[in-house]
Design a binder for this molecule. Structure first.
Ligand SMILES: *Cc1c(COP(=O)(O)O)cnc(C)c1O
Length: 436
């Protein structure tokens, strides 16, 4: 049996960096990635024979855990009937009805194949609808890898220390204006300095790509008011938060209504799906009803729709989000307590089934304060937790996701592991030359 090391060496000969998405390469945590053999429930098994509790969940989609029986059944049934037709199916309408019921701001929705595509299309639609060019985004928010959104763009780039990327033209970058998260004054100044030019403001209503950073009190409502007074569309990028921090995402949780919403991750039930939706008058501007073009060979893929529908239905049952909230709180409190008891400076954030333990005394409210984290210490923490069978995100600037599949005992064991690890980190930093 080839080991992770063997497979990584082979992959690097044919795939840049050996991975199809950069953070999977584990560069910032100083070890080689583990190659996965299989996963079920809350557990992932690598090809080297190790078993881990999964807090990455494929970066968000697997909120039910791996191989949920109802999702598997829906997928198997659809596989027998065909995997793609390039023609409409009832499944797409059923998925659309579920999304619209969950998000009252979404009257119509279109399905695509990734979160990147959802955001890219929503931006084009916002420009087409308003007849304006410029977009406001926040430092440390990630909205996928389309050109306009790859400016000051969150975890993947932050982890690799890439401020912005070659290949994006100055013209494109110039239409994207970046402001600090949770800073309404900065947003107001940009609107004032670009009268009648801002098509849309896009925000992660709870940031999840610089680690989990919640919106300050009144921040989202303030954005709503500013967009209204300047005739710009407000886009909530709920690719992570949708169906994660509440069934109806951040807009349900915080009671603020965007014009457009982007979704992804969870709504595909582990398959490649994204979606964007909003008010009918805006969505009607899309082809074929309107002039704004957008299309996709595998959009609304029936197997992916079947998985997404099954996932949304399970999540819609009573008690699911109360349970996720409780587990999220238990984990966040346990990890913070472990750090405190060992005298390790740390600041914890948590909103429902997402959270981050930052290795900085905090508070963490934006990218600048997140970046004060001790990433060397995080890497050390990550490696020691992995040795104890706990699979965390391989970067300080990602979320720790809780899932329905985790038991309270799993969380207790994770906290016990963290207590051991924090103790070791404290001893090591005491011994390290210069201390600290
Ligand atoms: C993951 C993510 C995206 C991009 O989704 P992909 O499916 O990876 O293209 C966009 N926005 C947010 C907030 C995300 O977390």
């Amino acid at each position: 049996m080839p080991t992770s090391h063997d497979l990584f060496a082979r992959a690097q000969r044919f795939i840049p960096g050996g991975v199809d998405s950069p953070v999977r390469a584990y560069k910032s945590v100083g070890i080689e990635p583990r190659f996965v053999d299989h996963a079920e429930g809350a557990h992932v098994h690598d090809v080297d024979g190790n078993t881990y509790l999964d807090f990455v969940q494929s970066w968000g989609p697997m909120i039910l855990g791996h191989g949920h029986p109802e999702v598997l059944e829906a997928v198997r049934t659809q596989l027998e009937r065909g995997t793609t037709y390039g023609a409409p199916t009832e499944l797409e309408t059923e998925a659309a009805e579920l999304v619209c019921a969950a998000f009252p701001s979404i009257e119509m929705v279109r399905f695509v194949s990734s979160g990147t595509e959802a955001v890219m299309s929503a931006i084009r639609l916002a420009r087409g609808f308003t007849g304006r060019d410029k977009i406001i985004k926040f430092d440390g928010n990630y909205h996928g890898h389309s050109d306009a959104m790859l400016v000051a763009a969150g975890s993947g780039l932050l982890t690799l220390g890439i401020p912005s990327t070659p290949g994006v033209t100055e013209g494109t970058a110039g239409d994207t204006i970046v402001v600090p998260y949770n800073d309404l004054g900065a947003v107001e100044a940009v609107f004032a300095g670009n009268p009648d030019q801002i098509a849309a403001l896009i925000v992660e209503p709870v940031a999840g790509n610089m680690g989990c950073v919640p919106p300050a009190e009144g921040f989202l409502a303030g954005l709503r008011a500013l967009c209204d007074s300047h005739g710009a569309l407000l886009i909530f990028d709920e690719v992570i938060t949708g169906f994660r921090i509440a069934y109806g995402g951040a807009q349900e949780r915080y009671g603020v209504t965007p014009d457009l919403t982007t979704l992804g991750k969870i709504i595909g039930g582990g398959f490649p799906v994204g979606a964007f939706g909003g008010r009918r008058e805006i969505m009607d501007r899309l082809a074929p009803t309107g002039p704004v073009y957008q299309a996709g060979t595998l959009s609304g893929n029936p197997v992916a729709m079947a998985a997404g529908i099954a996932t949304m239905k399970v999540l819609g049952r009573d008690g699911v989000y109360a349970d996720l909230e409780e587990k999220g709180k238990l984990l966040a409190a346990g990890l913070k307590r472990a750090a405190d008891e060992a005298g390790i400076p740390a600041s914890g954030t948590q909103v429902g089934a997402m959270g981050t333990l930052f290795f900085t005394s905090g508070p963490v409210t934006d990218w600048k304060s997140a970046a004060l984290s001790d990433t060397e210490r995080y890497a050390n923490y990550f490696r020691k937790m992995l040795e104890r069978g706990i699979w965390l995100a391989p970067s300080q600037f990602e979320c720790c996701f809780t899932s329905c599949a985790l038991t309270h005992e799993d969380i207790e064991n994770t906290v016990l592991a963290a207590e051991e690890v924090m103790g070791e980190l404290a001893v090591e930093s005491f011994r390290a030359p210069g201390g600290g």
